[in-house]
Design a protein around this ligand. Structure first.
Ligand SMILES: Nc1ncnc2c1ncn2[C@@H]1O[C@H](COP(=O)(O)OP(=O)(O)O)[C@@H](O)[C@H]1O
Ligand SMILES: Cc1cn([C@H]2C[C@H](O)[C@@H](COP(=O)(O)OP(=O)(O)O)O2)c(=O)[nH]c1=O
Length: 762
């Protein structure tokens, strides 16, 4: 649980932070970019990744071997030496990353990456070999510390190498890619420990031997790679920032956000608990008279459980909002730790550890989502780094004392109720974690609903994602809002995203042009023109620029989200090009359509909502909208242009009525929203999205949902939202307020009073 590498702003643009071993996935890995697509398109990356995977597996297997070697140095389960030594090795590992990560990273940047990968694997192989040959506790400790430092250099060159192999716009994908390899490597290493320990007797040397061999094999693989040699951009300012400065930089931001305050404490206790379970693990299972393999199993279930929780937890949690999910997962993790501690049976310990991993991963992802929702995009990297570093600092402080406590207490209880001392440390942290979890449940209570109601609702919605669409074959659901400028698209998209998130789906709200970093640049050219430098934008150039924005948008934002099963809500898509560049600019609509089809790889929305409004009403609304600063290039076009645009939208809808919903946008915001929701509710809940769309009028299809939401004893259809306004639809008063959302993240953010970044004008 110690860290999640994020793009490291302090060490130059686009170069992700070093990825220390032991990192666990968070939202960013789960919601990461299209890694498979990146690997498919990039031969060198396909060569690098297996080399890194092997190298990291070797590294982590080496760590496990060192740990089991040290754990076996004692004179029996009662001696305190081994458990402290193990904790010390892990502490040194974490401390190295915390204190030296930047320095070693800075030095590593000066060396040829391929050579560095080869040398660092060779060095680690030699160090592990020396450990196997000497088998002296003192040297083992020193060697383990050296391995940790060498590993930092390896990690840095791997990260910059991967970043260098990626196209500039996709460099940020290097961090999730490497985090993915670390998680897989941790599982491979733990599994290897289990398998290698199957034969009876002490297999530590065999394990060390395999780790050495794997490092050597990684050398061969690294030598075959062709990595970019150019150094990464120089780091601005000092390459080394004192850990406490880094911690402090983010702490102020975190503590400034009310919702995040109750998250930090439980998160850190969670990190400590998982760390202590692993640190006292070898002597714990030994005390229960289980072998090294059981320790391997313990690590394996924690890692795999953590991965499952981080990637699937939100889905399994159904409609639980991230705050609830976080607080309940922390409480559950605490109870799992208590369970592991109080039942002196290795099978129960392993099962409880799996649950602990699962809930820790879920809590971690929940916290990450909260952070994304609550912290401004510019501050997120600093906050994440600060939290990661604080987590590592906690481990540095906690592991050795916890192990010392475990060792000091020693085994107690009489047969058959015999407990190793390690359980005392785990029990203490488990109780503390449960307590902080309960406090977090209270502090993060949401909307006045009880935990029981929330859980019941989540159980009802468990595993539910937006229904698959026949069109794109991805698990998510894709909605586009189209219409003239000022028709109310942004307003409706924001309200819908809010509702979708409250229904328990992941909502990704985005827009065109400008849904990506590249898109934002294109947007300013497209809307503001190139007036200062003279010249105009030719209609075909304009069409190509909109298509370029869309290609980036689909690949970077829309497809990955649909792949995760999210509901993607975009403010404008292909039809805008057909209407504005095709009909408006009098280019061939067919050609513009071909261009967009090429740009999107044929990705078509499941539902396109056309907000129909006459150009003069739309212009009046724009004029009255205080957030707008004058007309942009396209808005300033003639009424004839806007009329042609409007007619083209209606024509497109007429051609494909099953995929379109045309609404009169001159009615009130709430009335429009009500109809959008009613339509979407039916589609998302229907067994088959397309069939449902063809079925007939909305109220008939809504009946199933309405029945489920009806309070006991009542009759007639009841809307899902708390304020039953119109029985045929469901929009609450509260939902009619437009909350603030972040276009770059999943989910929605409610912070009344601040500006909506989506509708902010550049
Ligand atoms: N149904 C509606 N009735 C009246 N005004 C509306 C309605 N929908 C939106 N507006 C207002 O019209 C302006 C433009 O809305 P906006 O959502 O930004 O449109 P778009 O994204 O289509 O340009 C805003 O001031 C908004 O408050
Ligand atoms: C996506 C897209 C937008 N546009 C135009 C329509 C808008 O006038 C402008 C910017 O869109 P947008 O920000 O949605 O403006 P508004 O909020 O006023 O509706 O870009 C095109 O001409 N072609 C396209 O493909």
């Amino acid at each position: 649980m110690s860290s999640t590498p994020q793009p490291d702003r302090s060490s130059g643009p686009d170069v992700p932070a070093a990825d220390p071993a032991g990192a666990t996935p968070g939202l960013h890995w789960a919601a990461g970019p299209d890694l498979r697509g990146l690997l498919r398109d990039n031969r060198e990356l396909r060569r690098l990744v297996p080399a890194l995977l092997l190298s990291r597996s070797a590294d982590l297997l080496g760590l496990l071997a060192v740990v089991t070697l040290l754990a076996a140095t004692g004179t029996g389960p009662g001696s305190s030496g081994p458990v402290v030594l193990v904790a010390l090795v892990l502490t040194l590992r974490v401390l190295a990353g915390l204190a030296l990560g930047d320095v070693v990273g800075g030095l590593a940047d000066r060396v040829d990456r391929r050579r560095l990968l080869v040398v660092t694997d060779l060095l680690r192989a030699l160090l592990l070999l020396s450990v196997a040959l000497l088998a002296v506790a003192g040297w083992t400790l020193v060697a383990a510390a050296l391995v940790a430092v060498v590993g930092l250099a390896a990690s840095r060159s791997a990260t910059t190498a991967a970043a260098g192999l990626l196209p500039t716009a996709r460099r940020a994908a290097a961090a999730p890619l490497l985090l993915g390899t670390t998680v897989v490597a941790a599982s491979v290493a733990a599994l290897a420990l289990v398998l290698l320990s199957l034969p009876a007797g002490d297999q530590t040397r065999l394990v060390l031997g395999v780790a050495v061999a794997a490092h050597l094999l990684a050398v061969l693989l690294s030598r075959r790679t062709d990595l970019p040699t150019s150094p990464p951009p120089p780091a601005p300012g000092s390459p080394w920032a004192a850990p406490w400065r880094r911690v402090g930089a983010g702490a102020a931001t975190v503590l400034g956000v009310a919702v995040l305050r109750p998250v930090v404490g439980p998160l850190l206790v969670l990190v400590a608990t998982v760390g202590v379970v692993l640190a006292v693990g070898p002597s714990w299972v030994a005390g229960l008279e289980a072998g090294v393999g059981a320790f391997g199993l313990l690590v394996l279930v924690v890692v795999v459980g953590g991965l499952a929780g981080a990637t699937r937890g939100a889905r399994w949690a159904g409609s639980l909002p991230p705050r609830r999910r976080f607080a309940l997962a922390v409480t559950g993790a605490g109870l799992a730790a208590v369970l592991a501690a109080v039942v002196p049976q290795v099978s129960v310990v392993v099962l409880a550890a799996a649950l602990l991993g699962l809930l820790a991963g879920t809590a971690r992802a929940g916290a990450s989502t909260l952070l994304d929702l609550e912290v401004e995009p510019e501050a997120r990297a600093v906050v994440r780094r600060s939290l990661d570093d604080t987590g590592r600092a906690v481990l540095v402080v906690v592991l050795v004392p916890a192990a010392a406590l475990a060792g000091a207490v020693g085994p107690f209880g009489a047969d058959p109720l015999f407990w190793p001392g390690a359980v005392v440390a785990v029990l203490l942290l488990g109780v503390l974690l449960t307590g902080t979890g309960v406090l977090a449940v209270r502090a993060l209570a949401e909307g006045g609903t009880s935990v029981r109601d929330d859980l019941r609702e989540a159980w009802r919605r468990r595993g539910r994602t937006a229904r698959a669409s026949h069109r794109h074959g991805l698990p998510g659901y894709f909605v586009a809002f189209e219409g003239g400028d000022g028709s109310g698209k942004s307003t409706q998209a924001a309200m819908l995203a809010d509702w979708v998130a409250r229904q328990g789906w992941e909502a990704v709200r985005t827009r065109e042009p400008g849904g990506t970093a590249l898109g934002r640049r294109l947007r300013s050219v497209l809307l503001d023109g190139v007036g200062d430098e003279g010249g105009t934008i030719e209609p075909r150039a304009e069409a190509l620029l909109f298509a370029a924005d869309r290609a980036q948008h689909v690949s970077e934002v829309i497809r990955p989200a649909l792949r995760r099963g999210a509901v993607v809500i975009t403010d404008r898509y292909v039809d805008s090009s057909l209407a504005y560049q095709g009909a408006g600019r009098a280019e061939s609509v067919d050609e513009v359509e071909q261009l967009s089809a090429w740009a999107t790889g044929g990705l078509v929305p499941d539902l396109t909502v056309v907000l129909d409004v006459d150009p003069s009403t739309a212009a009046a609304r724009r004029g009255a909208d205080e957030r707008r600063r004058g007309e942009d290039r396209l808005e300033a076009e003639s009424t004839a242009f806007h009329t042609a645009v409007r007619e083209q939208f209606l024509l497109l809808a007429e051609r494909e009525p099953r995929r379109y919903l045309v609404l009169d946008a001159t009615t009130s915001e709430r009335s429009v929203q009500r109809r959008v929701r009613a339509h979407l509710e039916a589609l998302l809940d229907a067994p088959d999205a397309e069939d449902a769309a063809a079925e007939g009028p909305v109220p008939a299809r809504r009946s199933r949902l309405a029945r489920r939401a009806r309070p006991a004893g009542s009759t007639g259809p009841v809307p899902l939202d708390p304020v039953p306004t119109d029985p045929a639809a469901a929009v609450s008063d509260e939902a009619a307020e437009t909350p603030v959302r972040d276009p770059e993240v999943t989910g929605v953010l409610e912070r009344p009073g601040s500006d909506d970044p989506l509708s902010a004008r550049r």
